[in-house]
Design a protein around this ligand. Sequence first.
Ligand SMILES: Cc1cc2nc3c(=O)[nH]c(=O)nc-3n(C[C@H](O)[C@H](O)[C@H](O)COP(=O)(O)O)c2cc1C
Length: 184
Amino acid sequence: MAGKTGKNILLGVTASIAAYRACDLITELRERGHTVTVVMTRDARHFITPLALQSFAGTPVVEDFFSLPGRTRPVHIELAKNSDLILVAPASADIIAKLAHGLADDVLTCAALAGTAPLVIAPAMNEKMWENRFTQENVKRLRGHGAKFVDPIRGHLVCSDEGMGHLAENASILKVVEAAFAGK
Ligand SMILES: Cc1cc2nc3c(=O)[nH]c(=O)nc-3n(C[C@H](O)[C@H](O)[C@H](O)COP(=O)(O)O)c2cc1C
């Protein structure tokens, strides 16, 4: 349960090399009194384990719809209903494209479609992928529908020494999350 001022945050972790950063982000969100439930995409498992994420979150990680014995209600609907905010960090180019076009082929995209909570997206990707016009159009489209972005910054990228596409600092992500709770 979230604390007095704490909220229920659904954290989507996608298949980016920056996925390990979700661990510190979870810790910082919990230090602020928030409860964090992690949904990871299938490919995110190549970058970080569910065990690591659930150890930081203190709640079970949701990976797919179909391996949750004993559940009588669809997990994505429950998650959408119980979340005060959906934060996707790191957000891959792929998830941004899916969210922008209403795709619903995993728990995260279905929960985002089923939810009415604010959506905060912190992208991380190769510089060219970030600058690509399709990605930028998807970002613009999501912004137009009220999603808040924490833009990536210039920094170390695994594909090149440095570039624009490095996941924003946690402090910047937390600032946008708190602003979203304040209705800004
Ligand atoms: C080593 C490696 C690092 C990657 N890092 C990123 C990344 O930071 N951002 C991104 O958008 N895609 C990245 N990709 C590609 C994604 O993993 C791929 O598009 C994946 O299918 C996205 O899945 P998801 O959006 O369902 O999590 C990377 C791929 C590899 C092999």
